[in-house]
Design a protein around this ligand. Structure first.
Ligand code: UDP
Ligand code: MN
Length: 590
């Protein structure tokens, strides 16, 4: 029994040892984690080293989220709880659920092959899939149609062609010879290139990043800040994190909420360290020497917001097309943005080919703005959701609130123009609501001209923006129209003959398709919307215009009398106009 007791004691002693060991381990772990936290808070007090440590956060959706530790409280509705690990420049990633479902195919060093064999085309099917498919097919006749069609439907451009093109392709020199000898100061401000993306293709996204790295002088490039606006595609998850971790000066942050173009850029701006922010679309290619002239203009005047000449990459062939100078950005009364080409040369100054040009507005593709000015002028309007018209809002605000805008001709960046938007909009009114915000916040009484073309569905909550407008002492829209954009034709305010043009015979209305630019374009017939979006305007009842329907087209011609026209096809005849302050309807018949 002694032996038994002895054995029992030995066993108990061994257990005790084990417990002590465990306790010791626990204590050491605690001490280490404490030390670790103290390190973290210390690095907070001293503004960090140039390369900031990365910190991983976890979100309920198990998306990988990498944010820098400078400011742990993520604003803009991005609420994330810290998880663990914090190590200088450590590559941090977790296999995300979405990522593992369809692991991206790797080839060589992180080259991801897409569509073709990949059946993962379910994601952002455009709303009018069938029609879109037909339209795209017409363009792709003959080539490797199926894979290309799938790619175009998925991305809005021919990603199969893009895949074949080098990530480092060099653009042909298209700058004016006068630009090539320009000397720029060594002490230009530093730039943070902020690239927001939502489900961008791998090839175009990485070509954008490499193009910036290949062209921007190191001494002026603080960082390339990639901001993932809640992408769902597998290739944008761990594969991208890993790829980016090997690139010098490139940082990646991710949002766990869909922020939209403006919100995403505002988030990027809050995280950027450079003196000048360069917002850039995730499908661009930079011409040599594009950054310096932009930085120089901003350095001269911190309230100046500038853009390069935006060249065009063809969505189908990826051919690079240089945009002819002079060009400037404008918008119409529908609040649709356009680049205005073939401007009449105002002066015969030989320098005008290299001189920046004042512009009423700038597109969203590439915009450079002083970081402090961007913040003080109110960033992007957080009430403008998802996509659309945010660049017009920024333009009117910058001009009205003490800044100015220019296109800088010695800077060129090419932007890939989509065939169609690849996003699914949660509702169709979204873009319209963004525009209504602009009209209500910035256009004063002139908003009525906008409303003549588009109906007001509801009143937006613009209290905060009006407060901002007051506190900045912004000028009114009349000033903007007089001083900045005098070329915008202001339709007569008095009631004139305007309204829907209804054809009794066809049972349809004359319709002006969207997005045709201020120069206009062909009209067609469509079911009457009744919303005023098909409004056709004349300023004077004596200048009655007639419409004849030829096939699908509505042909516009001056009408000598109010009687029936003699042209072929269906004829439209004015029979009655009710005059009211707001849309007056034409009633017409054959
Ligand atoms: N984008 C985003 N979140 C969105 C929609 C777009 O971050 O909800 C990004 C998109 O990836 C692109 C930029 O914002 O880099 C501008 O969008 P897009 O190119 O579709 O606009 P467009 O050039 O057609 O006006
Ligand atoms: Mn774009």
């Amino acid at each position: 029994s002694m032996r038994l007791w002895g054995r029992a004691t030995a066993a108990r002693r061994r257990m005790l040892c084990l417990w002590l060991l465990l306790l010791g381990f626990a204590l050491v772990t605690l001490a280490l984690s404490d030390l670790f936290n103290r390190d973290k808070s210390q690095s907070h007090q001293n503004p960090g080293p140039p390369r900031r440590p990365l910190q991983r956060f976890s979100s309920p959706m198990d998306l990988e989220v990498i944010v820098d530790s400078r400011d742990p409280a993520l604003e803009l509705g991005v609420d994330l709880a810290p998880l663990k690990s914090l190590q200088e420049d450590q590559l941090l990633f977790v296999p995300s659920t979405q990522g593992t479902k369809s692991p991206p195919q790797k080839k060589g060093s992180y080259k991801v092959l897409l569509p073709g064999a990949n059946k993962d085309i379910t994601a952002p099917a455009p709303p009018t899939h069938g029609e879109m498919g037909k339209a795209v097919q017409l363009h792709l006749e003959g080539s490797e149609k199926e894979a290309e069609l799938a790619a175009v439907l998925k991305y809005g451009f021919n990603e199969v062609v893009s895949e074949r093109i080098s990530q480092h392709r060099r653009l042909p020199e298209t700058r004016h010879p006068g630009c090539l000898g320009e000397q720029y100061s060594e002490s230009l401000p530093s730039a943070s290139v902020v690239i927001c993306f939502h489900d961008e293709a791998w090839s175009t996204l990485l070509r954008t990043v490499h193009s910036v790295l290949d062209t921007a002088p190191k001494q002026h490039l603080q960082e390339v800040l990639l901001v993932d606006d809640l992408s769902q595609h597998g290739h944008l998850k761990t594969v991208l994190s890993e790829y980016v971790s090997h690139l010098d000066r490139v940082r990646l942050i991710r949002s766990t909420k869909r922020l939209g173009v403006g919100g995403c850029r505002t988030l990027g701006a809050a995280r950027a360290a450079g003196e000048v922010l360069v917002f850039m679309d995730s499908h661009c290619e930079c011409q040599k020497g594009w950054l310096e002239p932009l930085l120089e203009r901003v350095a001269q005047d911190r309230t100046k917001v500038v853009s390069p000449i935006m060249d065009v990459i063809d969505w189908q062939t990826f051919q690079y097309n240089a945009t002819q100078w002079p060009v400037r950005g404008v918008f119409d009364w529908r609040l649709d943005f356009h680049w205005e080409l073939n401007l009449p040369l105002q002066d015969k100054d030989p320098d005008s080919a290299v001189q920046p040009l004042r512009t009423p507005a700038l597109g969203g593709g590439v915009v450079a703005i002083d970081r402090h000015f961007f913040q003080s002028v109110g960033a992007y309007d957080p009430g403008m959701l998802l996509w659309g018209a945010e660049q017009i809002e920024l333009s009117i605000r910058v001009w009205s609130c003490g800044g100015s805008m220019e296109v800088v001709p010695c800077s060129r960046v090419a932007h890939l123009d989509h065939h169609h938007l690849p996003y699914v909009f949660p509702d169709q009114e979204l873009l319209q609501r963004n525009k209504i915000r602009i009209a209500d916040t910035w256009m004063d009484a002139y908003r009525k001209i906008f409303y003549r073309r588009d109906t007001l569905s509801e009143s937006p909550n613009i209290t905060e923006r009006l407060r901002l407008k007051r506190s900045l002492g912004c000028r009114n829209f009349h000033w903007y129209l007089t001083a900045v954009y005098p070329q915008l034709y202001i339709p007569q305010d008095r009631p004139a003959l305007s309204g829907e043009l209804y054809n009794v015979g066809a049972g349809s209305c004359a319709d002006y398709p969207r997005g045709q630019g201020p120069q206009g374009g062909p009209m067609n017939i469509a079911p009457c919307s009744g919303t005023g979006s098909q409004v056709t305007m004349t300023t004077d009842s004596s200048q009655m215009i007639s419409f004849t329907v030829a096939g699908e087209r509505v042909v516009l011609s001056p009408c000598p009398t109010h009687g029936p026209t003699t042209s072929s096809g269906l004829q439209w005849k004015f029979i009655k106009a009710r005059q009211r302050a707001e849309p007056v309807l034409f009633y017409t018949t054959i």
